[in-house]
Design a protein around this ligand. Sequence first.
Ligand code: TXA
Ligand code: MG
Length: 318
Amino acid sequence: MNLILGDSSYDISDAASALINGNLVAFPTETVYGLGASATNSIAVKRIFSVKERPISHPLIVHISSVEMIETWSGTVPEYVFKLAQDFWPGPLTVILNRSEIAGELITGGSKSIGIRVPGHPIAIKLLKKFESLGGLGIAAPSANRFGAVSATAACDVLEEIGHLLSENDRVIDGGRCEIGIESTILDCTGKNPYILRLGAVTETMILKSLNIKKLAKSSSSNQSHPGSLEKHYQPKAKVVLNVQPLEGDGFIAMEGIKTPDGVFRLFSPSNLNLFAKGLYSSFREADKMNLKRIVVIVPEGGDFALAIKERLIKASS
Ligand code: TXA
Ligand code: MG
């Protein structure tokens, strides 16, 4: 059984048809790989939840090819969202909006809102365009990993995580390693003032500048489905410990300038924050392949994007 496709137009058509016919397609985005289904096909969407073993109350992000599709999914889009779309789409920003009728109970986890994103990866855009040309309205796609585990940043990660749960009509498109490596920024835009639910490569500073405002609103704790409400996430099998002196036999992840203590396995030594994010999850996977019991990570410092990395590390170590 060969599930893997490349980026030829034949392969993209095959994947788009698979989606239209109610199958699952894992595809690359610039952040992490997504496990996609036609967002209006409830049987296919249900399979996403069962493959991932994801609680049904946990909403999915709908991916669209351009901002023009946004009003299909939300009837009340604040004006400032169009400015954000202009500045950051296609790209690593998900906006949460009040949902339209089409956005059903299932993809929204029963909530009144919907997450929407135009991804920046050329394969994702080609797939979405083809899918929409065949009548599709959007691809619902969470990260292509088991619930609570480490996101997949390469096609081989997807196959290792969930390959055995896919059927012969499902597909995995190989688009190489994801450029960013951590999930998109999630911005709640259901009110007059937006607020960040999950940090990512589109940073608070960038959002403030785009909207020409001084401050974002404060996150409301009543939104139970938001990503910040999960304490544990992004967890490999090995225990992740932050900012301690590693012991013999531990895995060790730190910026390039930090020396490797004796007797530990240096998993990763990126020279900058972008590379840190890009390789973090694959170095977690590497540790699990080596059957390491513990990974010590020295949390990188320096600006908004470091905070996005730190948010993942805190949940991974929780
Ligand atoms: O970068 C990304 O965003 C990737 C790629 C594939 O696009 N997707 C991704 O999806 O990370 P997922 O399902 O693994 O994480 C999405 C998060 C979840 O924690 C979910 O609770 C939150 O977004 N979310 C989705 N819809 C929401 C909504 N309507 N209100 C609040 N949170 C929502
Ligand atoms: Mg996820």
